[in-house]
Design a protein around this ligand. Sequence first.
Ligand SMILES: *[C@@H]1O[C@H](CO)[C@@H](O)[C@H](O)[C@H]1NC(C)=O
Length: 395
Amino acid sequence: MWIGLLFSVMSMSTFLQQQNSEAFGLPIEETQEMLESYRTLTIHCLVTANYLQPSRHTIETLILHFAVDQNVNVDADIGNWLLIGLVVRIALRMGLHRDPSHWPNIRPLQAELRRRIWIALYQMDFFTSTQVGLPRIIKDSQCDTRPPAHLFDDDISFEHDEIPSERSLTDPTPLSFIIHRNKIIKVAGEIYDVTEAAPPSHATISILSTKLQSALDDLPPWLQAKPSQASIADNPVTMLNRIFVNILFHKAMYTLHKQNFLKSMVGEEGIESSNICVNSALSILEHQHRLSEEMEPCGLMFNIRWKVATSLNHEFLQATMMLCLALTRINADTADENALQLRQNITVPLLFTKGLWVKNTERSSEARRAVEVITAVLKDPNELNKAETSVSDGK
Ligand SMILES: *[C@@H]1O[C@H](CO)[C@@H](O)[C@H](O)[C@H]1NC(C)=O
Protein backbone atom coordinates (compact mmCIF):
# COMPACT_ATOMS: atom_id res chain seq x y z
CA MET A 1 0.00 0.00 0.00
CA TRP A 2 2.94 2.29 0.63
CA ILE A 3 3.97 1.86 -2.99
CA GLY A 4 0.37 2.58 -4.00
CA LEU A 5 0.50 5.79 -2.01
CA LEU A 6 3.71 6.72 -3.79
CA PHE A 7 2.11 6.13 -7.19
CA SER A 8 -0.95 8.16 -6.23
CA VAL A 9 1.32 11.03 -5.19
CA MET A 10 3.09 10.70 -8.52
CA SER A 11 -0.26 10.77 -10.39
CA MET A 12 -1.25 13.94 -8.59
CA SER A 13 2.14 15.54 -9.29
CA THR A 14 1.91 14.64 -12.94
CA PHE A 15 -1.59 16.07 -13.13
CA LEU A 16 -0.40 19.34 -11.59
CA GLN A 17 2.62 19.43 -13.87
CA GLN A 18 0.34 18.90 -16.84
CA GLN A 19 -1.65 21.99 -15.89
CA ASN A 20 1.48 23.98 -16.50
CA SER A 21 3.00 21.88 -19.24
CA GLU A 22 3.99 24.89 -21.35
CA ALA A 23 6.03 26.23 -18.45
CA PHE A 24 7.83 22.90 -18.01
CA GLY A 25 8.28 22.49 -21.75
CA LEU A 26 6.77 19.00 -21.68
CA PRO A 27 4.68 17.67 -24.55
CA ILE A 28 1.14 17.01 -23.33
CA GLU A 29 1.03 13.49 -24.83
CA GLU A 30 4.03 12.46 -22.79
CA THR A 31 2.59 13.64 -19.46
CA GLN A 32 -0.75 12.11 -20.38
CA GLU A 33 0.87 8.73 -20.87
CA MET A 34 2.75 9.10 -17.60
CA LEU A 35 -0.44 10.04 -15.78
CA GLU A 36 -2.29 7.04 -17.17
CA SER A 37 0.53 4.69 -16.09
CA TYR A 38 0.65 6.05 -12.55
CA ARG A 39 -3.10 5.82 -12.18
CA THR A 40 -3.09 2.23 -13.41
CA LEU A 41 -0.21 1.34 -11.10
CA THR A 42 -2.05 2.93 -8.15
CA ILE A 43 -5.03 0.71 -8.89
CA HIS A 44 -2.83 -2.39 -9.11
CA CYS A 45 -1.37 -1.61 -5.70
CA LEU A 46 -4.79 -0.94 -4.18
CA VAL A 47 -6.00 -4.31 -5.40
CA THR A 48 -2.84 -6.23 -4.50
CA ALA A 49 -2.75 -4.79 -0.98
CA ASN A 50 -6.51 -5.41 -0.70
CA TYR A 51 -8.02 -1.98 -0.10
CA LEU A 52 -11.18 -3.61 1.27
CA GLN A 53 -9.15 -4.60 4.34
CA PRO A 54 -7.90 -1.12 5.20
CA SER A 55 -4.45 -0.90 6.73
CA ARG A 56 -1.81 1.82 6.88
CA HIS A 57 -1.95 4.22 3.90
CA THR A 58 -5.10 2.68 2.40
CA ILE A 59 -7.37 5.66 2.92
CA GLU A 60 -4.74 8.22 1.90
CA THR A 61 -4.08 6.30 -1.31
CA LEU A 62 -7.79 6.05 -2.09
CA ILE A 63 -8.36 9.76 -1.46
CA LEU A 64 -5.51 10.82 -3.71
CA HIS A 65 -6.64 8.39 -6.37
CA PHE A 66 -10.15 9.82 -6.16
CA ALA A 67 -8.92 13.42 -6.26
CA VAL A 68 -6.90 12.79 -9.42
CA ASP A 69 -9.85 11.04 -11.04
CA GLN A 70 -12.13 13.90 -10.22
CA ASN A 71 -9.75 16.46 -11.65
CA VAL A 72 -9.11 14.51 -14.80
CA ASN A 73 -12.80 14.20 -15.68
CA VAL A 74 -13.97 17.60 -16.86
CA ASP A 75 -17.61 16.59 -16.65
CA ALA A 76 -19.44 15.41 -13.55
CA ASP A 77 -19.12 11.68 -13.66
CA ILE A 78 -21.27 9.06 -12.00
CA GLY A 79 -18.13 6.95 -11.52
CA ASN A 80 -16.79 9.57 -9.12
CA TRP A 81 -19.91 9.33 -7.02
CA LEU A 82 -19.64 5.55 -6.87
CA LEU A 83 -15.97 5.77 -5.97
CA ILE A 84 -16.46 8.32 -3.18
CA GLY A 85 -19.21 6.08 -1.79
CA LEU A 86 -16.72 3.28 -1.54
CA VAL A 87 -13.99 5.45 -0.05
CA VAL A 88 -16.37 6.89 2.56
CA ARG A 89 -17.55 3.42 3.56
CA ILE A 90 -13.98 2.27 4.00
CA ALA A 91 -13.38 5.35 6.16
CA LEU A 92 -16.48 4.52 8.21
CA ARG A 93 -15.15 1.04 8.72
CA MET A 94 -11.95 2.58 10.06
CA GLY A 95 -14.01 4.67 12.48
CA LEU A 96 -12.97 8.00 10.98
CA HIS A 97 -16.47 9.39 11.52
CA ARG A 98 -16.02 9.16 15.30
CA ASP A 99 -13.80 11.66 17.03
CA PRO A 100 -10.43 10.11 17.88
CA SER A 101 -10.78 11.34 21.47
CA HIS A 102 -12.98 8.28 22.05
CA TRP A 103 -9.85 6.13 21.82
CA PRO A 104 -7.17 7.12 24.32
CA ASN A 105 -4.54 5.05 22.53
CA ILE A 106 -4.64 7.25 19.41
CA ARG A 107 -1.68 9.64 19.59
CA PRO A 108 -2.33 13.38 19.05
CA LEU A 109 -0.62 13.53 15.66
CA GLN A 110 -2.55 10.50 14.48
CA ALA A 111 -5.78 12.02 15.82
CA GLU A 112 -5.20 15.24 13.89
CA LEU A 113 -4.45 13.34 10.71
CA ARG A 114 -7.67 11.37 11.11
CA ARG A 115 -9.65 14.60 11.56
CA ARG A 116 -8.05 16.08 8.45
CA ILE A 117 -8.88 13.01 6.40
CA TRP A 118 -12.46 13.08 7.62
CA ILE A 119 -13.04 16.74 6.81
CA ALA A 120 -11.65 16.16 3.30
CA LEU A 121 -13.96 13.20 2.77
CA TYR A 122 -16.94 15.10 4.13
CA GLN A 123 -16.44 17.87 1.59
CA MET A 124 -15.75 15.49 -1.28
CA ASP A 125 -18.96 13.60 -0.47
CA PHE A 126 -20.98 16.82 -0.55
CA PHE A 127 -19.57 18.14 -3.81
CA THR A 128 -19.62 14.84 -5.65
CA SER A 129 -23.21 14.10 -4.63
CA THR A 130 -24.56 17.52 -5.53
CA GLN A 131 -22.80 17.30 -8.88
CA VAL A 132 -24.68 14.22 -9.92
CA GLY A 133 -27.86 15.08 -8.00
CA LEU A 134 -27.83 11.91 -5.89
CA PRO A 135 -27.86 11.41 -2.09
CA ARG A 136 -24.85 12.06 0.12
CA ILE A 137 -23.36 9.05 1.86
CA ILE A 138 -22.41 10.68 5.18
CA LYS A 139 -25.21 11.24 7.69
CA ASP A 140 -24.35 14.04 10.09
CA SER A 141 -26.33 12.51 12.94
CA GLN A 142 -23.99 9.50 12.95
CA CYS A 143 -20.72 11.41 13.04
CA ASP A 144 -18.99 13.40 15.75
CA THR A 145 -15.47 13.94 14.42
CA ARG A 146 -14.40 17.47 15.27
CA PRO A 147 -12.77 19.67 12.64
CA PRO A 148 -8.97 19.45 12.72
CA ALA A 149 -7.06 21.94 14.86
CA HIS A 150 -5.56 24.83 12.94
CA LEU A 151 -1.91 23.77 13.16
CA PHE A 152 0.99 24.03 10.78
CA ASP A 153 2.76 20.85 9.82
CA ASP A 154 5.74 21.49 12.08
CA ASP A 155 3.58 22.46 15.07
CA ILE A 156 2.97 18.83 15.91
CA SER A 157 5.05 15.66 15.68
CA PHE A 158 5.12 12.09 16.93
CA GLU A 159 6.58 13.17 20.26
CA HIS A 160 3.63 15.33 21.32
CA ASP A 161 1.55 13.85 24.10
CA GLU A 162 -1.02 16.59 23.79
CA ILE A 163 -2.30 18.62 20.90
CA PRO A 164 -0.45 21.97 20.97
CA SER A 165 -2.61 25.07 21.20
CA GLU A 166 -4.25 25.97 17.97
CA ARG A 167 -3.28 28.93 15.77
CA SER A 168 -5.77 31.68 15.26
CA LEU A 169 -8.35 30.92 12.60
CA THR A 170 -8.59 34.50 11.43
CA ASP A 171 -5.61 34.31 9.05
CA PRO A 172 -5.88 32.87 5.57
CA THR A 173 -4.16 29.48 5.26
CA PRO A 174 -5.15 26.44 3.17
CA LEU A 175 -6.30 24.64 6.33
CA SER A 176 -8.24 27.53 7.84
CA PHE A 177 -10.06 27.88 4.52
CA ILE A 178 -11.12 24.23 4.69
CA ILE A 179 -12.22 24.56 8.32
CA HIS A 180 -14.29 27.68 7.63
CA ARG A 181 -15.76 26.31 4.44
CA ASN A 182 -16.86 23.23 6.32
CA LYS A 183 -19.31 25.27 8.40
CA ILE A 184 -21.07 26.44 5.25
CA ILE A 185 -20.96 22.97 3.72
CA LYS A 186 -22.61 21.54 6.84
CA VAL A 187 -25.63 23.81 6.38
CA ALA A 188 -25.60 23.36 2.61
CA GLY A 189 -25.58 19.58 3.14
CA GLU A 190 -28.53 19.81 5.49
CA ILE A 191 -30.38 21.89 2.91
CA TYR A 192 -29.51 19.39 0.20
CA ASP A 193 -30.82 16.49 2.31
CA VAL A 194 -34.16 18.07 3.24
CA THR A 195 -34.96 19.26 -0.27
CA GLU A 196 -34.20 15.94 -1.87
CA ALA A 197 -37.58 14.30 -1.91
CA ALA A 198 -40.05 17.15 -1.71
CA PRO A 199 -40.16 20.94 -1.43
CA PRO A 200 -39.36 22.01 2.13
CA SER A 201 -42.09 23.70 4.15
CA HIS A 202 -42.15 27.45 4.54
CA ALA A 203 -40.95 27.09 8.14
CA THR A 204 -38.03 24.86 7.14
CA ILE A 205 -36.98 27.31 4.44
CA SER A 206 -37.03 30.12 6.91
CA ILE A 207 -35.02 28.23 9.58
CA LEU A 208 -32.41 27.00 7.14
CA SER A 209 -31.90 30.32 5.42
CA THR A 210 -31.33 31.97 8.79
CA LYS A 211 -28.85 29.23 9.67
CA LEU A 212 -27.05 29.68 6.36
CA GLN A 213 -26.89 33.43 6.72
CA SER A 214 -25.46 33.21 10.21
CA ALA A 215 -22.83 30.68 9.07
CA LEU A 216 -21.90 33.18 6.38
CA ASP A 217 -21.77 36.08 8.84
CA ASP A 218 -19.42 34.10 11.08
CA LEU A 219 -16.76 33.89 8.40
CA PRO A 220 -13.63 35.96 8.93
CA PRO A 221 -13.38 39.16 6.86
CA TRP A 222 -11.03 37.62 4.28
CA LEU A 223 -13.73 35.17 3.26
CA GLN A 224 -16.57 37.70 3.16
CA ALA A 225 -17.72 38.81 -0.25
CA LYS A 226 -16.33 42.15 -1.33
CA PRO A 227 -16.41 44.12 -4.56
CA SER A 228 -13.76 43.03 -7.02
CA GLN A 229 -12.05 46.44 -7.05
CA ALA A 230 -11.45 46.05 -3.32
CA SER A 231 -9.62 42.74 -3.70
CA ILE A 232 -6.90 43.75 -6.16
CA ALA A 233 -4.22 43.67 -3.45
CA ASP A 234 -5.21 40.23 -2.15
CA ASN A 235 -3.35 37.05 -2.74
CA PRO A 236 -4.98 35.31 -5.77
CA VAL A 237 -5.58 32.12 -3.77
CA THR A 238 -7.38 34.11 -1.05
CA MET A 239 -9.44 35.83 -3.71
CA LEU A 240 -10.32 32.49 -5.27
CA ASN A 241 -11.23 30.99 -1.90
CA ARG A 242 -13.51 33.92 -1.22
CA ILE A 243 -15.23 33.29 -4.54
CA PHE A 244 -15.53 29.56 -3.77
CA VAL A 245 -17.30 30.33 -0.51
CA ASN A 246 -19.62 32.85 -2.11
CA ILE A 247 -20.58 30.42 -4.87
CA LEU A 248 -21.20 27.77 -2.23
CA PHE A 249 -23.51 30.15 -0.38
CA HIS A 250 -25.50 30.86 -3.54
CA LYS A 251 -25.61 27.18 -4.36
CA ALA A 252 -27.10 26.45 -0.93
CA MET A 253 -29.55 29.30 -1.34
CA TYR A 254 -30.92 28.15 -4.67
CA THR A 255 -30.97 24.52 -3.53
CA LEU A 256 -33.31 25.60 -0.75
CA HIS A 257 -35.67 27.30 -3.18
CA LYS A 258 -35.19 25.17 -6.25
CA GLN A 259 -38.19 22.92 -5.81
CA ASN A 260 -40.59 25.85 -5.46
CA PHE A 261 -39.00 27.46 -8.48
CA LEU A 262 -39.18 24.30 -10.59
CA LYS A 263 -42.79 23.72 -9.73
CA SER A 264 -43.54 27.38 -10.59
CA MET A 265 -45.27 27.73 -7.29
CA VAL A 266 -47.79 30.56 -7.37
CA GLY A 267 -48.26 33.31 -4.82
CA GLU A 268 -45.83 35.38 -2.85
CA GLU A 269 -43.67 32.45 -1.75
CA GLY A 270 -43.30 31.26 -5.33
CA ILE A 271 -42.23 34.71 -6.47
CA GLU A 272 -39.72 34.96 -3.66
CA SER A 273 -38.23 31.55 -4.45
CA SER A 274 -37.97 32.36 -8.09
CA ASN A 275 -36.28 35.71 -7.38
CA ILE A 276 -33.79 34.04 -5.07
CA CYS A 277 -32.94 31.35 -7.61
CA VAL A 278 -32.48 33.88 -10.40
CA ASN A 279 -30.37 36.22 -8.27
CA SER A 280 -28.18 33.39 -7.00
CA ALA A 281 -27.66 32.11 -10.53
CA LEU A 282 -26.81 35.62 -11.73
CA SER A 283 -24.26 36.03 -8.93
CA ILE A 284 -22.66 32.69 -9.80
CA LEU A 285 -22.36 33.66 -13.46
CA GLU A 286 -20.87 36.99 -12.45
CA HIS A 287 -18.12 35.03 -10.70
CA GLN A 288 -17.66 32.95 -13.82
CA HIS A 289 -17.24 36.14 -15.82
CA ARG A 290 -14.71 37.54 -13.38
CA LEU A 291 -12.75 34.29 -13.14
CA SER A 292 -12.59 33.91 -16.91
CA GLU A 293 -10.90 37.31 -17.08
CA GLU A 294 -8.49 36.59 -14.25
CA MET A 295 -7.47 33.28 -15.81
CA GLU A 296 -6.27 34.91 -19.02
CA PRO A 297 -2.47 34.96 -19.40
CA CYS A 298 -2.19 38.44 -17.88
CA GLY A 299 -4.82 37.81 -15.18
CA LEU A 300 -4.22 37.45 -11.46
CA MET A 301 -5.24 33.80 -11.39
CA PHE A 302 -3.44 32.58 -14.47
CA ASN A 303 -1.05 30.45 -12.44
CA ILE A 304 -3.77 28.81 -10.40
CA ARG A 305 -6.29 28.41 -13.19
CA TRP A 306 -6.26 24.62 -12.82
CA LYS A 307 -7.90 25.04 -9.41
CA VAL A 308 -10.95 26.48 -11.10
CA ALA A 309 -11.28 24.27 -14.14
CA THR A 310 -13.19 21.26 -12.92
CA SER A 311 -14.37 22.22 -9.48
CA LEU A 312 -16.64 25.04 -10.57
CA ASN A 313 -17.81 23.86 -13.95
CA HIS A 314 -20.82 22.18 -12.51
CA GLU A 315 -21.89 25.25 -10.53
CA PHE A 316 -21.69 27.39 -13.63
CA LEU A 317 -23.66 24.87 -15.61
CA GLN A 318 -26.39 24.64 -13.01
CA ALA A 319 -26.69 28.44 -12.84
CA THR A 320 -26.83 28.62 -16.62
CA MET A 321 -29.64 26.08 -16.78
CA MET A 322 -31.58 27.85 -14.08
CA LEU A 323 -31.44 31.13 -15.98
CA CYS A 324 -32.48 29.39 -19.19
CA LEU A 325 -35.50 28.04 -17.37
CA ALA A 326 -36.32 31.43 -15.88
CA LEU A 327 -36.11 33.00 -19.31
CA THR A 328 -38.57 30.54 -20.81
CA ARG A 329 -41.08 31.65 -18.20
CA ILE A 330 -41.09 35.24 -19.35
CA ASN A 331 -43.62 35.76 -22.05
CA ALA A 332 -41.78 37.00 -25.14
CA ASP A 333 -44.54 39.43 -26.06
CA THR A 334 -44.89 40.94 -22.63
CA ALA A 335 -45.22 44.67 -22.34
CA ASP A 336 -44.61 44.63 -18.59
CA GLU A 337 -41.66 46.89 -17.86
CA ASN A 338 -40.38 44.74 -15.01
CA ALA A 339 -40.50 41.52 -17.01
CA LEU A 340 -38.69 43.17 -19.90
CA GLN A 341 -35.96 44.36 -17.61
CA LEU A 342 -35.59 40.94 -16.03
CA ARG A 343 -35.39 39.43 -19.48
CA GLN A 344 -32.60 41.82 -20.30
CA ASN A 345 -30.86 41.10 -16.99
CA ILE A 346 -30.85 37.38 -17.77
CA THR A 347 -30.12 37.46 -21.49
CA VAL A 348 -26.94 39.50 -21.30
CA PRO A 349 -25.07 37.17 -18.91
CA LEU A 350 -26.40 34.11 -20.76
CA LEU A 351 -24.91 35.36 -24.00
CA PHE A 352 -21.63 35.97 -22.26
CA THR A 353 -21.53 32.57 -20.61
CA LYS A 354 -22.39 30.95 -23.93
CA GLY A 355 -19.19 32.43 -25.32
CA LEU A 356 -17.24 30.75 -22.50
CA TRP A 357 -18.92 27.37 -22.93
CA VAL A 358 -18.27 27.43 -26.67
CA LYS A 359 -14.52 27.37 -25.99
CA ASN A 360 -14.88 24.04 -24.16
CA THR A 361 -17.26 22.13 -26.39
CA GLU A 362 -14.51 19.89 -27.70
CA ARG A 363 -13.53 18.40 -24.38
CA SER A 364 -16.73 18.63 -22.39
CA SER A 365 -20.17 17.25 -23.13
CA GLU A 366 -21.61 19.50 -20.41
CA ALA A 367 -20.29 22.52 -22.28
CA ARG A 368 -21.95 21.28 -25.48
CA ARG A 369 -25.17 20.84 -23.59
CA ALA A 370 -25.00 24.34 -22.14
CA VAL A 371 -24.44 25.85 -25.58
CA GLU A 372 -27.32 23.85 -27.01
CA VAL A 373 -29.77 24.90 -24.33
CA ILE A 374 -28.78 28.57 -24.36
CA THR A 375 -29.07 28.68 -28.13
CA ALA A 376 -32.48 27.05 -27.94
CA VAL A 377 -33.95 29.31 -25.27
CA LEU A 378 -32.66 32.45 -26.85
CA LYS A 379 -34.16 31.39 -30.15
CA ASP A 380 -37.40 29.94 -28.92
CA PRO A 381 -38.85 31.04 -25.59
CA ASN A 382 -41.00 27.92 -25.43
CA GLU A 383 -38.06 25.50 -25.17
CA LEU A 384 -39.02 24.79 -21.62
CA ASN A 385 -38.42 21.08 -21.32
CA LYS A 386 -34.71 20.85 -21.85
CA ALA A 387 -33.91 23.48 -19.27
CA GLU A 388 -36.38 22.04 -16.82
CA THR A 389 -35.07 18.48 -16.93
CA SER A 390 -31.53 19.76 -16.74
CA VAL A 391 -32.22 21.69 -13.56
CA SER A 392 -34.12 18.90 -11.87
CA ASP A 393 -31.44 16.24 -12.64
CA GLY A 394 -28.89 18.44 -10.98
CA LYS A 395 -27.10 18.56 -14.35
C1 LIG B 1 -32.03 44.30 -13.43
O1 LIG B 1 -30.71 44.63 -13.02
C2 LIG B 1 -30.58 45.90 -12.43
C3 LIG B 1 -29.10 46.17 -12.20
O2 LIG B 1 -28.51 45.14 -11.47
C4 LIG B 1 -31.41 45.98 -11.15
O3 LIG B 1 -31.29 47.26 -10.55
C5 LIG B 1 -32.85 45.67 -11.49
O4 LIG B 1 -33.62 45.63 -10.30
C6 LIG B 1 -32.98 44.35 -12.24
N1 LIG B 1 -34.35 44.22 -12.67
C7 LIG B 1 -35.08 43.12 -12.49
C8 LIG B 1 -36.49 43.16 -12.92
O5 LIG B 1 -34.63 42.11 -12.02
